[in-house]
Design a protein around this ligand. Structure first.
Ligand code: ATP
Length: 404
């Protein structure tokens, strides 16, 4: 094991961070983070060759990732032993090790280590009262400059608070408000804000985090247009529900959570203003283009869906409205629709209609003696609609229809 290897190399090895926190909380966590008091990269290489895995090393940060054959990832970091070289051949002084490594972390609950070397296996290393904070369900920073050092920790605090149903501690909350008064947030780069927002949108209940952010004025601090309105809260509630529904069905493709929730967060923002938000959040050109296009597609589909009547309108019509839209947009339409029958039919589309395939292709058309050209698309398209509407079933019926 990793502990035995550490012992052989004479280095202390610790499991740290979320992994240890989640053990104490009794929650599953498969992301193992190790810290080695020694050379993390060398450790990772030896560990990988013993257990049959691959290593990706970042020599600049003295970190490595070991990817085991079963896909399990183990992150390995080096407890940076920082030495002070004294002049005149005085001894080199070791200033920091696991304690300094833990001190650099965001919250006490994440600043726990667990010894894994044999003999000391399972010993908790807790310099900052982490165990007590986990017991009291409190999110607490390690020192008062924490949020000045890194304002994204404010979003992390909210994320962990909501995820574990903890409370941000009193002093920590004062430090957050201080940081907000200093407008540290407005100076934070869009890339970093977006990165943390994406983590939030991957949580079970992103809306709970958004509401907390709103209470603290963080939404407006990121950008005034991001303030949560009643409409946004409502759509985000519905988006959470349809997202869960979709996840339970294990449908393909998987949803990119942020592409879904960002639609709710920006609902009601005018077309000409949306660029302010994408610029603030530092979308790439492509992300911005796709996002604007998706919003337009949704607007267009909403209009068309208004005229769609169950029983009266054709299913193939629904198919052509929804088919060009990425699945995040379709879920948004579902969340957005007030009419029960529209929601039901969109869910039918996602669960079944979109997978419908016809049993005839271009080769068949060629064999039927039809001259190749744009007419192929038209024919195949018509066959698809006929199949969706139940006018043709078998391949024979489809071939027959193709020549008509
Ligand atoms: P999750 O369950 O969301 O993966 P985690 O605690 O494992 O939670 P990561 O974002 O994977 O969180 O980070 C790993 C560790 O790195 C954390 O436990 C934390 O101690 C530390 N860390 C991450 N981001 C920061 C930060 N901005 N400032 C300080 N420490 C951080």
């Amino acid at each position: 094991s990793a502990g035995d290897l550490g012992h052989k190399l004479g280095w202390e090895v610790y499991a740290v961070g979320g992994f240890v926190r989640d053990i104490l909380l009794g929650r599953p966590n498969f992301d193992l983070d190790l810290v080695v008091e020694g050379d993390g990269i060398e450790f990772a290489r030896k560990f990988a060759s013993l257990s049959g895995g691959r290593v990706k090393a970042h020599s600049k940060f003295k970190t490595a990732v070991v990817i085991l054959d079963d896909g399990q990832r183990v992150d390995v970091a080096t407890a940076r032993l920082e030495y002070y070289e004294y002049p005149a051949a005085l001894p080199t002084v070791e200033l920091s090790s696991i304690k300094m490594d833990l001190y650099r972390r965001d919250f006490t609950v994440n600043a726990l280590a667990l010894r894994i070397n044999p003999g000391r296996f399972g010993q908790l290393v807790d310099f900052f009262g982490a165990e007590r904070d986990i017991r009291n369900r409190t999110i607490r920073v390690l020192h008062s400059l924490s949020f000045v050092e890194d304002p994204t920790r404010i979003l992390r605090a909210i994320r962990f608070e909501r995820r574990f149903d903890f409370q941000i501690g009193g002093q920590t909350m004062r430090l957050i408000k201080n940081a907000l008064n200093l407008e540290l947030f407005s100076k934070l780069s869009g890339t970093r804000v977006m990165h943390e927002l994406q983590w939030i949108m991957n949580e079970e209940d992103p809306l709970a985090c958004f509401i907390r952010m709103q209470e603290l004025g963080i939404m407006a601090a990121i950008h005034p247009l991001l303030k949560l309105t009643k409409d946004k809260v409502q759509i985000l509630t519905e988006l959470g529900k349809v997202h869960n529904w979709y996840k339970l069905l294990y449908l393909e493709p998987e949803i990119t959570s942020w592409k879904l929730y960002i639609l709710g967060m920006t609902m009601g923002i005018k077309r000409e203003d949306i660029g302010q938000v994408t610029t603030r959040l530092h979308f790439t050109r492509k992300e911005e283009k796709d996002f604007k296009q998706l919003r337009d597609m949704i607007g267009d589909a909403l209009m068309k869906l208004m005229g769609w009547r169950e029983g009266k309108s054709k299913l193939s019509r629904l198919y052509s409205i929804l088919h060009p839209i990425p699945v995040e947009g379709i879920l948004f339409l579902m969340a957005r629709s007030r009419k029960e029958h529209i929601r039901r039919n969109i869910s039918q589309y996602l669960a079944r209609l979109r997978y419908v395939k016809i049993d005839v292709d271009g080769k068949d058309l060629l064999n039927l003696g039809i001259e190749p050209g744009p007419i192929y698309t038209i024919i195949l398209d018509r066959l698809m609609r006929a199949k969706i509407d139940g006018h043709v079933e078998t391949r024979e019926e489809q071939l027959e229809m193709a020549i008509k």
